[in-house]
Each structure stands twice: as structure tokens, then as C-alpha cells.
Write a protein that binds this ligand. Structure first.
Ligand code: SF4
Ligand code: MG
Length: 347
């Protein structure tokens, strides 16, 4: 149908002195055209690495070791084609093409992709000229236009500024302008507002929601903030210890979470009006070390519904439920044991 990107069983490992760290260990995501999918989870759950893995931007000693990242795009001439990005090397010509043409990414820290010593207009202009045969004058004209579209006042002046002369919020807008320069079908945003003050956060979030909507672009938005999810998500995916444990439409997941971890996570969210910040949920036990993952289900040490002899031996496969929800938990699906009630079921 209108699926743009499918991540299936993605695995990304880091080789360290203490062993193989499975930062991403079975991530499944489905992104539809023109929709916003928020990936949520505590820090260290693998959400940033998942985002970077999609574009083969994982830094050493990390590498994508398994799974698929299927991009369903319109190829040259408009014919539909599917490319498995996980099968391409980080320096493959085709992945570089995808990064500029189909998928763009903005990071938490704008200086990760902006150079301090080059004028804003030259940096956006270069991004434009990589994928379009246009003159420098035309690239500059488009840069000014893009800066205006991301809400930068006096863009014809800012185009000649250096990033170090701008505030954090303005730099983030410049980075978004640069990301939009190739008219991507998908924008990946990794906690793009976390480093900003509250007012600027709200403005950048509004800008992204507006751009996503007006351009019909899909957005994959990484956050630890449930307030942000409630504000911008159509769909939400919940990650725990490198796995996506649940994905579904945001209303469904918020009102009737299925996976025991999602339920615990939502119960731990502070009340409306409380200050937003990353806090550890009140879930008993602690997140295991990703270098020493438990056998079976990753959540079993902390789960109130764990079934001895099953949850410690079987890795739960992703199970699709009737409402389009997908859950990795042995309480669901054809093999679910009789007599174990769905924990979401109040009966
Ligand atoms: Fe709990 Fe078992 Fe489901 Fe894991 S598979 S979340 S341990 S019930
Ligand atoms: Mg992160």
C-alpha cells in the first residue's frame, strides 16, 4: 500500500573490549508515506543507533550485521523499486544517493553537520548542487528561499552569516533547511529539540510538524519525551534494549498498550504540567547491560507476566494484531498459552 520504509529484524552490533554489544537487536518499523512515526524509549535503548543504521551512518566499531531496511521508492523514470539499504556498505554510491535524494536526517546537535567556518548559504548551496545541476546564483536563490521557509527572519542577510554567529535554535533551523534542500520523502529527526530551551523546542516542533504536513513528507522522529509523541505522532514504536517491542497508531498504543513494557513506561510518565525531562520509569529492576542480554525475551527480568520455561527460552517474534498493532511478546499470537490473559484486557 503506502508503505515507504520497512525495517525488519535490524541488528547493529558494537565490538568492544568487554564483548559484542547488541545495540540494536531485532528492530522492526513500518513507515507510511506522509506520516510521522515516533520512536520512543529510555536513553540507551538503541533508538539513535536504529536511526543511524537506516542510513548506514553508524560509527565504528559499530556495524549493521543483520536484517533488512527496505525503501520503496520511485526510481528513475517513476517506476516503483525496492532497495535494501542494509545490504549496501556505508560508502556505497547508492547509499550516498539515498541520503541526499530520498532520506535526510537532522541531529540533536546541529554542529554535527554544520561547519563553523563556512557561510550558511554556501553550505545549503553545496547540498543543493550535489543533487541538482544548477548555477551558484540559483543555488543561493534557493538557499534564501529555504531559509525563509524554515522561519528564519531576514534570510537574505542570514545566508551570508557563519553558523557560530547564530543561536542554537537558528542553527537547528539552518540544518532543517539543509535537510529539506533535496526534497526528501523521509526526514529522520533524532531528538532535534533536546538541546534547546523550552520555547525554542516548541517552535522547532511546530515547524517540523508544519513542514511534514505541507510537503507530505514522512517523518521518523526519535524522542524520549512522551509529550512530544502525543503532540506530533501518527504512529509510535516503543524500543527496549535494542528491540522494538510494540508499534501502532498513537491513540491505540496510548489508550490500550499491549506490551508489558509499554504499559509500565506509560504508567511512569509524569502528570501533565510536571516539568519535562528524561526520568527513569518506576519499573522494578534495571535495564540489563546490552553486552549481556538475557536469553529469550529482553524484558523478562522485569516483567510481571513472565512465563517460566517460555519467556526465558524463546525470543518473541513480532506478532501482528487485528488493529494493525505489532507486538513482540509471547502473550500474543497463535502460540500464546491458554489461560494467560492479555494484560491490556481489564477483564
Ligand atoms: Fe513478559 Fe514474556 Fe511478554 Fe516478555 S514475552 S514481555 S517476559 S510476557
Ligand atoms: Mg539518542
Amino acid at each position: 500500500d503506502d508503505v515507504l520504509l520497512e525495517v525488519k529484524g535490524l541488528r547493529t552490533h558494537f565490538t568492544t573490549d568487554t564483548g559484542e554489544v547488541r545495540a540494536v537487536n531485532g528492530a522492526d518499523l513500518t513507515l507510511r508515506r506522509g506520516r510521522t512515526l515516533c520512536v520512543v524509549g529510555e536513553s540507551g535503548c538503541g533508538k539513535s543507533v536504529t536511526a543511524r543504521s537506516i542510513l548506514q551512518l553508524v560509527e565504528r566499531p559499530g556495524r549493521v550485521v543483520g536484517g533488512q531496511v527496505l525503501l520503496h521508492r520511485r526510481g528513475p523514470g517513476g517506476a516503483a523499486e525496492t532497495v535494501d539499504l542494509a545490504a549496501l556498505g556505508p560508502r556505497d554510491r547508492r547509499i550516498r544517493q539515498v541520503r541526499g535524494r530520498d532520506i535526510a536526517m537532522v541531529f540533536q546537535e546541529p554542529m554535527a553537520s554544520l561547519s563553523l567556518v563556512h557561510r550558511v548559504g554556501n553550505q545549503i548551496g553545496e547540498a543543493i548542487r550535489v543533487h541538482n545541476r544548477v548555477s551558484r546564483a540559483e543555488a543561493r536563490r534557493r538557499s534564501v528561499e529555504l531559509l525563509g521557509r524554515v522561519g528564519i527572519p531576514a534570510p537574505e542577510r542570514i545566508v551570508d552569516a557563519y553558523p557560530f554567529q547564530l543561536s542554537g535554535g537558528m542553527r537547528q533551523r539552518v540544518m532543517i533547511a539543509m535537510a529539506l534542500s533535496c526534497e526528501p520523502e523521509l526526514l529522520i529527526a533524532d531528538e532535534p529539540t533536546t538541546a534547546l530551551d523550552v520555547t525554542t523546542q516548541a517552535q522547532i516542533l511546530d515547524l517540523l510538524a508544519d513542514l511534514q504536513d505541507s510537503r507530505g513528507m514522512a517523518m521518523l522522529f526519535i524522542t524520549h519525551d512522551m509529550g512530544v509523541v502525543a503532540e506530533i505522532a501518527d504512529d509510535v514504536a516503543v524500543m527496549y534494549l535494542g528491540s522494538v517491542v510494540e508499534q501502532g497508531a498513537v491513540d491505540g498504543v496510548f489508550h490500550a498498550p499491549r506490551h508489558p513494557y509499554t504499559r509500565a513506561l506509560l504508567e511512569s510518565v509524569p502528570r501533565m504540567g510536571a516539568p519535562r525531562r528524561e526520568r527513569l520509569p518506576a519499573i522494578r529492576g534495571s535495564v540489563p547491560d546490552p553486552a549481556h542480554q538475557p536469553s529469550g525475551c529482553v524484558f523478562r527480568d522485569r516483567c510481571d507476566h513472565a512465563m517460566p520455561g517460555r519467556c526465558d527460552t524463546t525470543v518473541p517474534p513480532p506478532v501482528s494484531l487485528a488493529d494493525g498493532r505489532r507486538v513482540r511478546c509471547l502473550l500474543y499470537g497463535g502460540d500464546a498459552p491458554a489461560g494467560h490473559a492479555d494484560p491490556a484486557d481489564p477483564a
